[in-house]
Design a protein around this ligand. Structure first.
Ligand SMILES: Nc1nc2c(ncn2[C@@H]2O[C@H](COP(=O)(O)OP(=O)(O)OP(=O)(O)O)[C@@H](O)[C@H]2O)c(=O)[nH]1
Length: 271
């Protein structure tokens, strides 16, 4: 039986660590064992202790100080160091066989959208350590409910999806922040959006000379089927549970364990 791992990705402040701790709470409630693997060498303490912590291998502060690098260069160095010391990760993961491992990743999305370090680590987890992995890409709902920002968010999510080549779900986080009726209506439109329709409102506000480019991007997003986002309110156990059951479906479907394509949309009313 393979081990299950969820890679939690997304820009800084999208709510990744909060989501990870909410998963642990949920798992405790349903009597399933889960652990956080912290892959952020600059992480701050969270409600739950990290079971495995990259900072036991290397810390961002040390790299910045010793190599005189800035924060981003140091982060890349830390990941390359991890890549060259995968036996450390292998040893740390050794004892957790039938448990759920949640990999909390750094918010510097270039680690999974530009350079192939995290994809290489994911590949190692799959091929050498027998993991079934799924990637959850978080974007803040309040950021995305604007057409031009939607496209930039969707492109970053798509870039991660293409580089990682993992079963992938997109999540709109912090939906509880969206309170007024007008924004709630907009949110619904963005959970299962039609990129070509969103294009119309983008073109209204953008310089006409970009219309052809906007159309090409909308078609690209449409073609890749990057059109579904799941709503998340991290402090709402029903919301976390709905996402985890979706993750299970996506992972099992990708593994060919269940001939069922997970395409049922989680409705805001379900939560
Ligand atoms: N209202 C609300 N706030 C949230 C939610 N999830 C996270 N937050 C808040 O958003 C802020 C950032 O959350 P984090 O979980 O630290 O975000 P992160 O993506 O791990 O951030 P980095 O580690 O910097 O990449 C914190 O103040 C959280 O309390 C949510 O569902 N609702």
């Amino acid at each position: 039986m393979s081990r299950v791992g969820l890679l939690v990705l997304g820009p800084a402040g999208a709510g990744k660590s909060t989501f990870c701790t909410s998963i642990i709470s949920h798992m405790q409630t349903i009597g399933r064992r889960a652990h956080i693997v912290n892959l952020d060498p600059a992480a701050e303490a969270t409600e739950y202790e990290f079971t495995i912590d990259i900072r036991d291998l290397i810390s961002l502060e040390d790299v910045m100080e010793e190599l005189n690098l800035g924060p981003n260069g140091s982060l890349v160095y830390c990941f390359e160091y991890l890549m060259n010391n995968l036996d450390w990760l292998e040893e740390e993961l050794g004892d957790y066989n039938d448990e759920y491992l949640i990999f909390d990743c750094p918010g510097q999305i270039e680690l999974y959208t530009h350079i192939p370090v995290l994809p290489a680590i994911a590949r190692h987890l799959q091929t050498q350590l027998n993991f079934s992995l799924c990637a959850a890409y978080l974007l803040e709902a309040s950021f995305v409910i604007d057409s031009s920002k939607f496209f930039s968010g969707a492109l970053s999510a798509m870039s991660a999806m293409i580089l990682l080549e993992l079963p992938h779900i997109n999540i709109l986080s912090k939906i509880d922040v969206i309170k007024d009726e007008y924004s709630k209506k907009r949110l619904k439109r963005y959970l299962n959006p039609d990129p070509t329709l969103l294009l119309d409102s983008t073109n209204e506000t953008w310089n006409p000379k970009f219309q052809k480019l906007n159309k090409t991007i909308a078609n690209l997003v449409d073609d890749f089927g990057m059109v579904q986002f799941l709503p998340l309110e991290a402090k709402n156990p029903d919301s976390v549970s709905a996402i985890l059951s979706y993750v299970d479906d996506v992972t099992q479907w990708a593994e060919g364990q269940e001939p069922k394509e997970p395409n049922d949309q989680i409705e805001l009313e379900d939560m």
